[in-house]
Design a protein around this ligand. Structure first.
Ligand SMILES: [Zn+2]
Ligand SMILES: [Zn+2]
Length: 172
């Protein structure tokens, strides 16, 4: 069992006992109100100081009026963004980094250079066509490409683009 699994196990034990996972006081919630408030205050403090809301490391030096970091419009560091995305797909952050490396930090469709800022994860076989969240069904693409591709399979997507290009070249 690794550290995060041990942590999860300890949390679920405390939760089942009806105790706050942080201060071990009786609580209906995983985190009692006192610990929740403390956590939120700590996060707010970090954002105000230009630090990652989650881990406290440096995100960027400038913060916009909205409290979001200038240029990236987010309050968590690159590492935590990867962590967040990986947990959404039930993968490890290192899986997503490996995928970046495998693609040479390049969008599979447009050839655009990718950063954590402009990259999105695309399902090779769309979820609507029973594609899975496994790493071999995921690829990094430029965000705009992923938004255009939506639920299309690769073939469908390329056909749609071809259709548009054909029409615009010949008739428009
Ligand atoms: Zn507590
Ligand atoms: Zn962080």
């Amino acid at each position: 069992m690794n550290q995060s699994e041990r942590c999860k196990e300890r949390y679920s034990k405390l939760k089942n006992l009806g105790l706050c996972v942080k201060c071990k006081q009786p609580s209906d919630l995983t985190l009692c109100q006192v610990c929740r408030d403390k956590k939120n205050a700590r996060r707010k403090q970090r954002v105000n100081n230009g630090l990652c809301e989650w881990c406290g490391s440096i995100v960027g030096n400038k913060i916009t009026k909205s409290g979001k970091h200038a240029g990236c419009n987010r309050t968590i560091c690159d590492k935590c963004v990867l962590k967040q995305r990986a947990s959404y797909y039930k993968l490890k952050p290192s899986d997503l980094i490996k995928l970046f490396e495998k693609q040479n930090y390049t969008c599979s469709y447009s050839g655009e250079k990718l950063t954590i800022e402009n990259a999105e994860l695309d399902h090779v076989i769309p979820k609507s066509k029973s594609g899975t969240n496994t790493i071999d069904n995921l690829q990094w693409t430029a965000n705009w490409v992923n938004q255009m591709k939506k639920d299309f399979s690769e073939i469908e997507f390329l056909e749609k683009i071809e259709k548009i290009l054909n029409y615009r070249r010949n008739y428009a």
